[in-house]
Design a protein around this ligand. Structure first.
Ligand code: ACK
Length: 982
């Protein structure tokens, strides 16, 4: 056997080998580890000269037991090595890890072709240890094991040991235990270690739940495992996890929460430390006790308040403990006869709370303040005596010349919890002289046909010596239009000279040195019937007849006056009702009057004489110059025509040195105006063409042009008045559009206002369109157009229609509602065109009713067909006037910003970062300075700025303020909705 090869170098481990000797994973449970055995393993070797057990050392020079066989020189090898009985434990599937070396047959010289390079692995399950019995055929083969590596020969002839590691799975195993067996059929192999293990999911804690050691099943199915919450925690959602066949925990679901007064620390829930608390279950850390509270013990759910500090029931445990407020300070009283206004300062210490309120107790005191008693119920507190959130109260109905003490106490949410004595601020006052209270009781003592005797009781509170009583009476029927007043020294009076059988109403009031007291309520008395009077039935008939007649007359007068005085409310005479002289072969539609362009007349003088009356210059007296027009001065004066009343007139003159074209253009306005007859169109009285200066005489409008008028009377009209004016303008425009006349320059400056606030459309002309209007600017196409008032299609391609007039009307509405503000403020015409084209629109003026802003937006529809017609505008405004509550919803109220379209005022608002930038772009630098100093810097702050805020920072000049507020509305809308193009 000397020539028998050996496994050699079995225990010399090269560095390459060391990597294979990995440590076991924590989820592997060993059933057998040959390495762990120090002594003989005692495995059965059959035949006995096959496998032999040898002692060696591992890489750490720890002694280990190994088995080797190397009968390569002999034929028909069948050497078995059987392990001891291995209990299965709870394993369902076992793993066999073999570490071995194997010589490669080429490295063995002189082998006779019997050399093998594999061996076989077997197992056998049994319910119990079978001792030394061994029957080869009872074993089942697991696998043939070949070496990945083997002994190899280097060039130098050295052999290097390669340690192979092979793992095989066996399962399912079901019996109590099993044996492994290794069959060698002629290889040169050394079994260095044999390890048998199974896998498990090891005990773990996830989401504060513990999961026990779990052995996976042999199949691929996951094992669902329910976790248990760690100590001091409770299930928020049942904790679960899955154990995989590889012994890994998967998919943690659910969790546990640490109990009150406990916090998570690592995988446990621990009590809160002293000074900390936790009032609800959860996995947050314990919180530090809030101010004025403490937790001396560990594990506190709440912190207790320090002495004299409290927590109200509604206070959360995270809130600091608080205390009652100190007393109010600096009480001031302002006495007004028998009422007093008390005013005080906030307490120096509000106790750390915001819910401070005040109670006021009234005490009536004797002179010297020695004895005080609670005031009786008659005293009135405004708004109330207790629970005051403001630092003021008015106390009324006190007695005159009386001393009062008021105790003012500040309270907060914890005042009721404190046993400390309460602190008051007191103020003592003495009321003044006061007028007497009203006479409450009047009695009828005697009545006759012509007189009534009455008596009454002195007022409950005379508040001084009553000098006399005033007795006022009148016939009930006359409704106080005429009445009689008597004075009585005492408390009775006889009213003489009354009508028989008539009801009288009567009121009495007492007078002291302090003046008259309040009047009594109205008392009703009736005189005795007159025996000679007509029967009561007849008298009623007569009375009804008389009253009806009077009512009808009154009504007629009122209607007549209204018709004549208010443009907004008046029913205008229909244009067709008065026929004007037409002729000249122009096309007329039957029944519909249309406007005739005077330029279509070959001879313009003919047009003038067709439509305008020639006035005798001697009938006209010029008083003064009121303005300047394109062709000459505008004067006021008087017109006295034969057999007519003298009237005030406006006189437009044509300045001397005019050309024939200028004369024609000047008079064309009269030719146009003369065709119109409507209460809201300026009325032409006539022209003077035969004398010089040539004049156009119109009715006089006392208040001049609307834009200046509104600027002069900023914020002085009610919304209804403004809507009335707009209604008048719309009515005039309806008339013009019905006539087929397109105004082209409708703007507040071209509306005149008379003394009754009636608005009339003026400034008619042809070539004048826009020649004499200072607002008109040349467009790229050469026309001169008042850009800000003009519809986009008229600017772009001179498409002037009644629909473009409607656009201008929308601008007029904006001008009126903003009291003559300049549309688009200081933006350049080019910017206006661009902004409007991009879909942006003027924002609503301040306090503008939403309905009117909607009307503006409708007028500013890009598609002119979608704009309202003037008749629709008139009926809309009529409806608003009839239903004034519809005007109460304000367009610029933040509640309805979605209705508002944007004004970008020439620049992208989003690009302005500060109020300063914005204002700079608006050219209101004086305001900018103010704002910079007042920390109105961010757009957000700006958007929240109210008119009140502006007042505070000193922007009180109405122009810029309005401008800014409008811009703010735009900003606000922008901030909320982003830009909203139409
Ligand atoms: O705003 P105003 O005072 O009103 O200034 C202008 C100025 O003449 C130039 O147009 C005034 N004006 C024009 N027509 C009339 C009129 N019919 N009645 C009173 N003022 C008028 C206008």
């Amino acid at each position: 056997m000397d020539c028998k090869p050996s496994v050699l170098l079995l225990f010399l481990f090269s560095p390459v080998c060391q990597g294979h000797l990995t440590s076991h994973h924590s989820n592997e449970v060993n059933l057998l580890d040959s390495k762990a055995s120090q002594g003989e393993l005692g495995w059965i070797s059959y035949p006995s000269h096959g496998w032999e057990e040898i002692s060696g050392v591992d890489e750490h020079y720890t002694p280990i037991r190994t088995f080797q066989v190397c009968n390569v020189m002999e034929y028909s090898q069948n050497n078995w090595l059987r392990t001891n009985w291995i209990p299965r434990n709870s394993a369902q599937k076992i793993y066999v890890e073999l570490k071995f070396t194997l010589r490669d047959c080429n490295s063995i010289p002189l082998v006779l072709g019997t050399c093998k390079e594999t061996f076989n692995l077997y197992y056998m399950e049994t319910e119990e240890d079978q001792g030394d019995q061994f029957w080869e055929h009872q074993f089942s083969k697991i696998d043939t094991i070949a070496a990945d590596e083997s002994f190899t020969q280097t060039d130098l002839g050295d052999r290097i040991l390669k340690l192979n590691t092979e793992v095989r799975e066996v399962g399912p195993v079901a019996q109590k235990g099993f044996y492994l067996a290794f069959q060698d059929v002629g290889a040169c192999v050394a079994l260095v270690t044999v390890r048998v293990y199974f896998k498990k999911c090891p005990f773990t804690v996830r989401n504060l739940a513990t999961f026990p050691d779990t052995v996976p099943t042999d199949s691929q199915a996951l094992v669902e495992v329910r976790g248990s919450c760690v100590n001091n925690s409770r299930e928020a959602e049942p904790p679960r996890m899955y154990c995989s066949t590889e012994g890994e925990w998967l998919v943690p679901i659910g969790k546990c929460l640490c109990d009150v007064a406990h916090e998570p620390r690592g995988v446990t829930c621990q009590v809160c430390r002293p000074g900390f608390y936790k009032s609800s279950p959860g996995n947050l850390r314990c919180s530090k006790c809030p101010p004025h509270s403490h937790a001396h013990q560990e594990g506190s759910a709440h912190c207790s308040c320090e002495k004299n500090y409290f927590r109200s029931e509604a206070d959360p445990s995270s809130m600091a403990c608080t205390r009652p407020p100190s007393s109010p300070r600096n009480v001031i009283s302002v006495i007004n006869e028998t009422s007093v206004i008390l005013d005080w300062s906030w307490p120096a210490d509000s106790g750390g709370r915001k819910d401070v309120t005040f109670n006021v107790v009234c005490k009536r005191c004797s002179a010297g303040q020695r004895k005080c008693e609670a005031c009786r119920g008659a005293v009135r507190f405004l708004p109330r005596p207790a629970g005051l959130s403001n630092t003021t109260v008015t106390v009324a109905d006190l007695l005159a010349h009386t001393n009062y003490t008021f105790e003012i106490e500040a309270l907060n949410g914890v005042s009721a919890l404190s046993s400390e004595p309460r602190q008051f601020a007191t103020v003592t006052i003495t009321t003044n002289q006061a007028a007497p209270s009203p006479v409450a009781v009047i009695r009828k003592d005697r009545t006759s046909r012509n007189s009534i005797s009455l008596s009454w009781l002195e007022p409950e509170r005379p508040n001084g010596i009553i000098l006399d009583y005033e007795v006022k009476f009148y016939e009930k029927q006359e409704q106080e239009t005429s009445y009689t007043i008597l004075r009585a020294k005492g408390t009775n009076v006889t009213l003489n000279g009354l009508k028989p059988d008539t009801i009288y109403l009567l009121q009495i009031r007492a007078r002291t040195a302090a003046g008259y007291g309040g009047s009594s309520r109205k008392f009703e008395f009736e005189t005795s019937p007159d025996s000679f009077s007509i029967s009561s039935e007849n008298s009623q008939v007569v009375l009804v007849a008389i009253s009806s007649a009077v009512a009808i007359i009154l009504l007629s007068v009122v209607v007549y006056l209204l018709l004549g005085r208010f443009c907004g409310y008046s029913k205008s005479k229909h244009p067709d009702e008065k026929r004007l002289p037409f002729g000249n072969g122009h096309l007329r539609l039957p029944g519909i009057r249309t406007y005739v362009d005077p330029h279509t007349y070959e001879d313009p003088t003919q047009a003038i004489h067709e439509f305008a009356r020639e006035l005798d210059a001697s009938c006209i007296a010029i008083d003064k110059v009121v303005g300047a027009g394109e062709f000459g001065e505008v004067c006021s004066g008087r017109l006295k025509q034969p057999s007519k009343k003298e009237t005030c007139v406006a006189i437009k003159t044509l300045k001397s040195g005019y050309t024939e074209t200028q004369r024609r253009d000047f008079l064309s306005e009269a030719s146009i105006m003369g065709q119109f007859d409507h209460p809201n169109i300026i009325r032409l009285e006539g022209v003077v063409t035969r004398n010089k200066p040539v004049m156009i005489v119109t009715e006089y409008m006392e208040n001049g042009s609307l834009d200046c008028f509104l600027r002069r009377h900023d914020a002085q009209f009610t919304v209804i008045q403004l809507v009335g004016m707009l209604r008048g303008i719309a009515s005039g425009m309806k008339y013009l559009s019905d006539m087929g006349y397109v105004h082209r320059d409708l703007a507040a400056r071209n509306i005149l206002v008379n003394s009754n606030l009636v608005c009339k459309v003026s400034d008619f002309g042809l070539s004048r369109v826009l020649e004499d209007d200072p607002e008109a600017a040349y467009t790229t196409r050469g026309g001169k157009i008042p850009i800000r008032w003009t519809a986009p299609e008229a600017i772009a391609y001179r498409k002037f229609t009644s629909a473009s007039d409607a656009w201008s009307y929308g601008i007029v509405v904006w001008e009126v509602m903003s009291y003559g503000e300049r549309p688009y403020w200081e933006m350049s015409n080019q910017d206006v065109i661009k902004a409007v084209d991009e879909g942006y629109r003027l924002p609503p003026p301040m306090d503008c009713p939403a309905a009117l802003y909607q009307l503006m937006l409708d007028c500013w529809q890009k598609d002119r067909n979608n704009r309202p017609k003037f008749d629709q505008i008139v009926s809309l405004l009529d409806k608003l006037i009839r239903n004034p509550s519809s005007l109460k919803i304000i367009a610029n109220a933040p509640s309805s910003p979605e209705n508002m379209l944007l004004d970008r005022t020439g620049a992208d608002i989003a690009t302005f970062c500060s109020m300063g930038d914005w204002l700079e772009s608006m050219h209101t630098l004086s305001c900018k300075d103010i704002f910079n100093g007042a920390s109105y810097s961010s757009c957000n702050t700006l958007a929240k700025t109210s008119t009140e805020d502006f007042k505070q920072v000193g922007v009180t000049i109405l122009g810029p303020q309005k401008k800014i507020v409008s811009s703010i509305t735009a900003l606000e809308t922008h901030a909320k909705n982003g830009p909203v193009p139409v």
